[in-house]
Design a protein around this ligand. Structure first.
Ligand SMILES: Cc1cc2nc3c(=O)[nH]c(=O)nc-3n(C[C@H](O)[C@H](O)[C@H](O)COP(=O)(O)OP(=O)(O)OC[C@H]3O[C@@H](n4cnc5c(N)ncnc54)[C@H](O)[C@@H]3O)c2cc1C
Length: 421
């Protein structure tokens, strides 16, 4: 008996902001939705840097996908890596099988772009997935343990942390590292001169937070400088080794850590699908978000090259992913070929304790404590799951009131024990 479904099968690749929004929008629709993701959880990327800097637990910023859809009966989950597609049979190719679809939503997000910089891929620490954040936290804490055991390593750069990229992620990481060192590690490592730790923020443009207004850019720079971060604008990284970072100006920084917050491109799945791609490898979509030449397939969020009203590609931001996910879902249920219209809700970046910048619609610009409060509130309400919200709130309250951080743990598999005699 042929396997003919009685309702249309919608397959969504990716349980990120876009994929989840599309699946939720299909609640109650006469379709069977399957979300495929290589992780069994959704990651709240905007707070990854806080996991990396020991402000939050890993589980605070991730949520099991199956748990999100307990009450939505037309959604199921498949943990797998998508590796390709056979357009002639409308079948996805997975690392462990295949998955047929009637409608496809590609929401596989971005990946780091290293622009061919020598050693950046191998030695840099990106920040896209949960394990990146844990790897960076382990690495930073291990550098302090190492320097505590052998302070001569400080001169070799063990406590020099280079952050590349002066966008929101780079600014947030640099600010949070500075607070971690000054507030917490100074007390943890009493025998170590923690004031010798350096944070160098390198940005190719002449300003930080490029898409923000000049006052916000200046505010971010001043606050970071006050916090002891060395801001190098108009500078670029050209080569990285495990212990050195070479800059375009010729300067060589003795540093054992390079945080890569500089470049982003679409997930390589965009190429594997053999569809037209645009700048940064993003999938070309029509005004209704359909993929060129594939009427039953949509691309949304970071992986899609969605043109905004000014003719520029929309930025890789969570609200773009959420709104485009909802739009694709509506087009699946009622294929009206309506154009997608993005409603800009503004952008924010936090720098540290009571320091942030926020640029909202109607030219509302906030900085300092009001922006920080707005940032905290927005992130709390947009986190998935009440337990996560409560845990994040408690962690933030604890960190704020005690000037302490909880989860500064080095979590790695132990080396195998030597065989017993
Ligand atoms: C560190 C960081 C901080 C950020 N801060 C902000 C912020 O403050 N505000 C804001 O608006 N935006 C922020 N962003 C951007 C925002 O997180 C993204 O725009 C948003 O996550 C894009 O959603 P998406 O659904 O397109 O992709 P993602 O959320 O990246 O989800 C993609 C999903 O696809 C899965 N996947 C990928 N490839 C495969 C495959 N081959 N097979 C199976 N599954 C796959 C991944 O596991 C992932 O779950 C930040 C991003 C980062 C990295």
């Amino acid at each position: 008996v042929p396997d003919v479904p009685d309702v249309a099968r919608v397959v969504i690749i990716g349980a990120g902001f876009g994929g989840l929004a599309a699946a939720k929008e299909l609640d109650g629709a006469p379709v069977q939705v399957t979300i495929v993701d290589r992780h069994n959880y959704h990651t709240f990327q905007p707070l990854l840097y806080q996991v990396a800097t020991a402000g939050l637990n890993a589980a605070d910023v991730a949520y099991a996908v199956r748990g999100i859809f307990h009450k939505q009966r037309n959604v199921s989950f498949r943990q797998a890596d998508v590796t390709g597609v056979d357009w002639s049979t409308n079948t996805l190719v997975l690392d462990d099988g295949t998955l047929p679809f009637d409608h496809l939503v590609v929401a596989a997000g971005p990946t780091a772009a290293y622009f061919g910089i020598d050693g950046a891929d191998e030695h840099g620490f990106p920040l896209y997935v949960l394990t990146d954040a844990i790897a960076l936290r382990n690495h930073v804490l291990e550098r302090f343990e190492e320097a505590d055991a052998d302070p001569s390593l400080i001169d070799d750069g063990a406590l020099c942390f280079v952050v590349v990229g002066g966008g929101p992620t780079g600014v947030e990481v640099a600010g949070a590292l500075s607070e971690l060192f000054a507030m917490v590690l100074r007390k943890d490592f009493r025998m170590l001169d923690v004031s010798k730790a350096r944070i160098v923020l390198v940005e190719m443009a002449d300003v930080l937070l490029q898409p923000f207004s000049s006052p916000s850019q200046r505010h971010a720079r001043e606050r970071l400088t006050d916090m002891g971060v060395e801001v190098r604008t108009g500078e670029a990284v050209v080569r990285v080794t495990p212990t050195r970072v070479e800059l375009k100006s010729g300067e060589e920084l003795a540093s054992h850590t390079l945080v890569w917050a500089a470049g982003v491109r679409a997930n390589p799945l965009a190429d594997a699908f053999g569809v037209a791609t645009s700048r940064a490898g993003r999938i070309v979509v029509g005004p209704d978000l359909r993929i060129e030449d594939h009427d039953n397939a949509f691309a949304i969020g970071d992986i899609a090259a969605i043109t905004g009203p000014d003719g520029e590609l929309l930025p890789m931001l969570a609200p773009v992913a959420i709104q485009s996910g909802k739009h694709a879902a509506r087009e699946i249920v009622r294929p009206h070929r309506n154009p997608f219209r993005y409603r800009d809700k503004g952008t924010m970046a936090t720098i540290g304790r009571r320091a942030a910048v926020a640029e909202l619609p109607l030219h509302i610009r906030l900085s300092g404590t009001p922006a920080w409060m707005a940032w905290l509130g927005l992130h709390l309400v947009t986190l998935a799951g009440f337990r996560n919200r409560l845990s994040v709130f408690l962690n933030w309250a604890w960190n704020y009131l005690t000037w302490d951080r909880g989860p500064r743990l080095i979590i790695k598999p132990d080396q195998p024990s030597p065989p017993r005699e």
